[in-house]
Design a binder for this molecule. Structure first.
Ligand SMILES: NC(=O)c1ccc[n+]([C@@H]2O[C@H](COP(=O)([O-])OP(=O)(O)OC[C@H]3O[C@@H](n4cnc5c(N)ncnc54)[C@H](OP(=O)(O)O)[C@@H]3O)[C@@H](O)[C@H]2O)c1
Length: 358
């Protein structure tokens, strides 16, 4: 097992630093005194990087340096990763930029190998932490089943009624995404095992919500963006009738968990950590989310969401996915925000950005 990382070991690089999760990874590292190589595709794109540069003006003990790199350009991270003790790989083609399912698959799996190769070429790598997803965990199970880190998305394939095939990668974004994340995890654990000089581990977030640092974090169809529309009084449109079980985790907790993984003496090669609700209070059906959003923001005239029949939901919601971030709490020492703190901070950041009327 490779050694755990400290701020004295040199810089840490974060890919996808302009993104919602990446930005909070950078902020947490800067708070803990790290020199952070914040990797973005275009360092001149002010709407995506100004909030990162502003961290250097806020008396944090660490330092943020912008660096460039593109997943589809092998070797482009070589400079950014030089002498880095850890690479936290949060950059991905999630589909928000209207990527095709094949591009989602390639950005989340095929191209990850050369990101890892660049990290190894950096010459000081001890930890490679990959932002995987709960998509690499979930698979068809009866209602109420509690998923853990030992579940993999390829389990119980018959539940997909034949859809879980290679042929469907270019046709179905969700299959492309889940398969890619799971394969990337397996590939990097194997590479680390063979190499022996570093450990690879993964963070598996579920529904990530919490404060946005800039308007660019309001990506269409992200969970936070869906909440914005609910605060604007609109129906929740990502699932039929707005019915869904939201298994929420705070973006600040997701960011911090990446650093804790790099620093942990408990985490080892192949360790994976689900980042979801810490207990059932963070698991809410849409109509319950809606009620909480209304309660915490009483000045907002109307909060939209699920199809209702009077005061009751119009139909039953399939009770899944249930899962708790207990392992991250136990092994990494993660302390989590309460659901009220998270929803409040999400709404306040939307109001501050002028995207939801205050
Ligand atoms: N949000 C969630 O609920 C959730 C749940 C599970 C897993 N995740 C995972 O968390 C990670 C971050 O997601 P997010 O929610 O923070 O999304 P996001 O805000 O869209 O961030 C994605 C980041 O990836 C970068 N990126 C996209 N294409 C790239 C490319 N070709 N080369 C280099 N960088 C590229 C983006 O850069 P640009 O700014 O240049 O576009 C952005 O910084 C992803 O791996 C995602 O799969 C997220």
């Amino acid at each position: 097992m490779a050694e755990a990382v400290t701020a004295a070991d040199g810089p840490i690089a974060v890919t996808g630093s302009s993104g919602y999760i990446g930005s909070w990874i950078v902020q947490d590292l800067a708070e803990q005194g790290y020199t952070v190589r914040a990797c973005v595709r275009d360092v001149t794109q002010t709407d995506k990087v100004d909030h990162l540069l502003a961290m250097n003006d806020s008396d944090l003990p660490g330092q943020v340096e912008l660096a460039s790199g593109d997943l589809f350009n092998p070797g482009s991270y070589d400079d950014a990763f030089k002498d880095c003790s850890a690479v936290l790989h949060a950059g991905a083609t999630v589909g928000y930029n209207r990527e095709t399912p094949q591009e989602v698959y390639d950005g989340c799996f095929t191209e990850v190998e050369h990101v890892l190769e660049s990290a190894i070429r950096g010459g000081a790598l001890k930890r490679f932490v990959f932002t995987s997803s709960f998509a690499a965990v979930g698979h068809p199970r009866p209602e109420g089943y509690v998923f853990t880190e030992s579940d993999w998305c390829g389990d119980n394939l018959e539940g997909y009624r034949g859809a879980w095939t290679e042929d469907n990668i270019p046709k179905n974004r969700d299959i492309a995404y889940a398969m890619a994340k799971a394969r990337a995890e397996r590939m990097m654990y194997e590479m680390a095992e063979k190499d022996g000089s570093f450990d690879a581990m993964a963070i598996l977030p579920l529904h990530v919500i919490g404060p946005l640092m800039c308007a660019n974090h309001d990506q269409g169809w992200s969970w936070q963006n869906c909440m914005k529309f609910m605060w604007l009084g609109k129906e929740y449109k990502k699932s039929r009738g707005g019915r869904m079980l939201w298994n929420n985790v705070d973006v600040r907790d997701v960011g911090r968990a990446h650093r804790l993984c790099a620093e942990s003496t408990n985490a080892k090669n192949g360790s994976r950590y689900i980042l979801s609700a810490s207990d059932p209070t963070g698991e809410l059906f849409t109509w319950q989310m809606q009620a909480k959003m209304r309660e915490l923001f009483p000045d907002i005239a109307e909060v939209g969401g699920e199809e209702m029949d009077g005061t009751e939901p119009a139909e039953h919601t399939y009770d899944s996915p249930r899962s708790y971030c207990t392992l991250a709490i136990d092994e990494l020492g993660l302390e989590t925000y309460s659901i009220d703190e998270t929803i409040k901070a999400t709404g306040n950041s939307y109001i501050k950005l002028g995207l939801v009327p205050g």
